[in-house]
Design a protein around this ligand. Sequence first.
Ligand code: SF4
Length: 348
Amino acid sequence: MCTQVVAWGLPKYVGKQIANWIYRHRVSSFEEMRNLSKQTRARLAEVAYVGLSEPVMGQKSKDGTIKYLYKTKKGNFVETVYIPSGDRATLCVSCQVGCKMGCRFCMTGRQTWCESLSTSDILNQIFSLPEYDNLTNLVFMGQGEPFDNTDAILKALAILTSAEELGWSPRRITVSTVGILPGLKRFLDESECHIAISLHNPFPLERERIMPIQKAYSIYDVVQLLRQYDFCLQRPHNADASKQRRLSFEYIVFKGLNDSHMHAKELVRLLQGLDCRINLIGFHAIPDSEFVGASAQEMEAFRNYLTHHGVYTTIRASRGQDILAACGMLSTQEQQRQIRQADYPANS
Ligand code: SF4
């Protein structure tokens, strides 16, 4: 903000004043920024605007989850999921329209990549949320890969966690990645937010078949990098866990694909000595997919093996499946198709 206002010919401190008005007082015009001079407000009105972009649509699940559709500044569409649960309310934020990673179990991965969101489009999903005041946690696990959009993500995290701006605790924010090493390293060095790694298979060749990113960045190298940082395992009754950075691994359990004793054993070996937890996730079937999710009993048996061998493991509850808001189900392909049709009418 400070660099931008200097470019507009204004003093650097004006940037801090503007940030304070926007993020703390949530004003929607320069006129409301009462400690700025009349000339400064007039100059700002010439070069910029303040405003939120409300969601264009909301769908509510029978479990209370709400999926919102936002329009980006470039005119594309992106989804955001609000997940209330007891005294917590989590927002699952997106960072791209579509995704280049092509994970084979994910609807977003099937959608053509259109856009990496700007910092303001990322933050807009949070500030424009009708339930903003209820939010307790943020997870960057929506559409897109955060470290394929590292600059915008790190800037959004810096604004969210800056004491002068929003003052969110980094311990209430989790960023999830498939493991793009340069972005992951920058994140680990520059941010204190929690990190989640999409693992899904401990054997490189098998992982590559469902996650093409494995060819570029092996899970072995990802784990090797993570070993160079300190994390704190979040177990129940562990008082320190709320104060330190947490590392978790996401593991969708597919029937007959990654749920064997051999996979569980290899997971224990791969993660040995790391202060981390594994979140087991049920597979949410997507159209024309060859994958089948493991049953609840199979997931419990898998969890029990890991837990008994020293890897703290939980099974994540599925939310918003009936409105296609659960893990791996987000897609704005249909809305994007309508934009393309409007741009290129069939008879043109
Ligand atoms: S799982 Fe994440 S990284 Fe993989 S295709 Fe889907 S959105 Fe992209």
